[in-house]
Write a new protein. Sequence first.
Length: 123
Amino acid sequence: MAIIAFVLSLLVAVLGAMGVVSPERLLGIVRRFESPAGLLAAAGFRVILGAVLFFAAPDSRAPGVVRILGILIFAVGLITPLFGVRRFSRLLNWWAARGPLFTRAWAGFALAFGLLLAYAVMP
């Protein structure tokens, strides 16, 4: 389970790094999720990541933190489809209107978060 958590955490970090380097490219990738199926795919990724983190927590460097993050990410995954495509589109438009510096800042957070998670669950 730790290897799966490690790989998924690195995926989050890679997406964050992509956003730091090319915010427009990251927004293009995220826009592919602007459909009911896309929202379900995003929700599925979050549910899987949350569950994997929860079950990998006992063997991690910070079991309590990883378990709590797993529960939170799992819960967010469950409510993601309730967000709706229209609301998601408005959020993306708002995000894009803030400019590349804003996107880079949030992508930097995703990069750091993914790397910290990867370090915490590294087998």
